[in-house]
Design a protein around this ligand. Structure first.
Ligand SMILES: NC(=O)c1ccc[n+]([C@@H]2O[C@H](COP(=O)([O-])OP(=O)(O)OC[C@H]3O[C@@H](n4cnc5c(N)ncnc54)[C@H](OP(=O)(O)O)[C@@H]3O)[C@@H](O)[C@H]2O)c1
Length: 385
């Protein structure tokens, strides 16, 4: 069997590193053709030496560094050219492990080139899901999600002839599930970055604390599985063992269970339709004893409802929600605003936006830019004090 030639966009992040562990776990099955990163060129350099990709994209500092590094046989690209890497003829599968809106153009390029795309990144589908899915259908590109909830739904739908009546996205509840609301205003980035179940990048960890991450997943699922927002339910499940469920007309629920380790959905996406050993420990349900479920508390975590509303309104609203959230979370991580301001600022931008229905790519990018500027304007007085 010929090795699957993969490009890992965002190889230095949490998903990227787990993807490379999956490559190591399956010798001979993959060839790493391309790697990309933004700032962390030192880690990237180690990856280049180990995996010998022929194409690498990196941010400006890294580009300067690699010019004089003496590395041979690698074509270097500026990070803004990740789309070029995603559509290389030498690539079979593109792993979208980069964070943020920057994944949009590579995602579109990959589906237009008919690649198999394994997205962990959710921002691209949130802001331009209609466009991406339309292009994927047109170019017969296969999308096999890595995000664990979407992977679970994908797996539960495998081999089913009937469409689901609903899907149940599970949520661990994030780092604030047991923190009293009165303490939210004191939460620092350090407090928030201690997630009880998943070890992830900083942006998604903050989004898990506000439950905005779950809201983004609602919009992501809507596009990936062609569902209405009202067919998507969110269920808090603190053990994070059931990664999501699918409900059919007869009342049957199918669930996918597994240890909380992203290597599982990553490997499934990369070896699909095969299932191979992961080297992960077995799930010991008897030792676990019980699984718990509760409804999400929308009063404490209003971002989830806001995201549902953005998904229902559609058009440019999800792009606005995502862009405002990206700006505000970055300000929080830099210690410029408090935790409670995250929701307040995002909600203000949401309320000020005039939706464009069925937007073009240009209109989506304009809405994204508008939302960032609006968020910055709203935060300005706070940033000064
Ligand atoms: N982590 C998880 O368990 C998990 C689960 C489900 C979904 N996801 C989604 O997967 C994506 C990646 O998450 P993560 O936790 O792996 O994030 P992360 O640890 O912060 O890693 C982000 C990766 O993207 C690169 N990057 C950052 N900004 C970039 C830009 N402007 N252009 C190109 N590359 C850029 C980073 O490079 P440098 O390291 O050089 O900065 C790094 O390689 C996110 O969309 C997240 O929502 C993550």
């Amino acid at each position: 069997m010929k090795p699957c030639r993969i490009a890992i966009l965002g190889s230095t992040g949490s998903i990227g590193l787990n993807t490379l562990k999956v490559v190591d776990q399956n010798p001979g099955r993959f060839r790493v053709v391309a790697l990309t990163a933004y700032n962390n060129f030192e880690l990237l350099e180690g990856q280049i030496k180990k995996y010998k990709p022929s194409h690498v994209a990196v941010g400006p500092e890294g580009l300067d560094h690699f010019k004089s590094s003496g590395i041979k046989g690698v074509k270097f690209y500026p990070v803004v050219d990740c789309a070029e890497i995603a559509s290389l003829k030498e690539v079979d599968t593109v792993v979208l492990a980069m964070s943020g809106t920057g994944a949009l153009m590579p995602f579109l390029a990959a589906v237009r080139a008919g690649k198999t795309v394994a997205p962990a990144n959710k921002e691209a589908l949130v802001i331009a899901g209609d466009l991406i899915m339309k292009e994927a259908r047109k170019h017969q590109a296969r999308i096999i999600p890595i995000d664990s909830e979407q992977s679970a739904i994908f797996q539960c739908l495998e081999g089913q002839r009937s469409k689901p009546v609903s899907v149940h996205l599970t949520a661990s509840g994030g780092p604030l599930r047991e923190v009293p609301s009165k303490d939210f205003k004191r939460m620092t980035p350090r407090d928030i970055l201690r997630h009880p179940r998943w070890k992830m990048g900083p942006k998604i960890t903050v989004d898990s604390a506000t439950l905005m991450n779950k809201g983004f997943e609602v919009i992501e699922a809507k596009h990936l599985f062609n569902l209405g927002c009202d067919q998507i339910k969110v269920l808090v499940h603190p053990e994070a063992i059931i990664h999501s469920m699918v409900e059919f007309a007869d009342g049957s629920l199918l669930a996918q269970l597994g240890v909380t380790d992203m290597r599982l959905p990553i490997q499934y996406a990369l070896t699909y339709p095969d299932r191979l050993p992961t080297g992960l420990k077995d799930l010991d349900l008897a030792q676990l004893g019980s699984l718990n479920f509760e409804k999400p508390d929308l009063k404490r975590f209003p971002s989830l409802e806001l995201a549902f509303e953005a998904g229902r309104l559609a058009g440019t609203m999800p792009a606005v929600l995502n862009a405002a959230d990206e700006e505000v979370v970055e300000a929080f991580l830099k210690g410029k605003i408090g935790f409670l301001s995250i929701y307040k600022v995002v909600e203000k931008v949401f309320l000020r936006h005039r939706i464009v229905k069925n937007p073009s790519l240009k209109e989506i990018l304009e809405a994204d830019q508008w939302a960032r500027e609006e968020a910055k304007k709203i935060m300005e007085p706070r940033l000064r004090c």
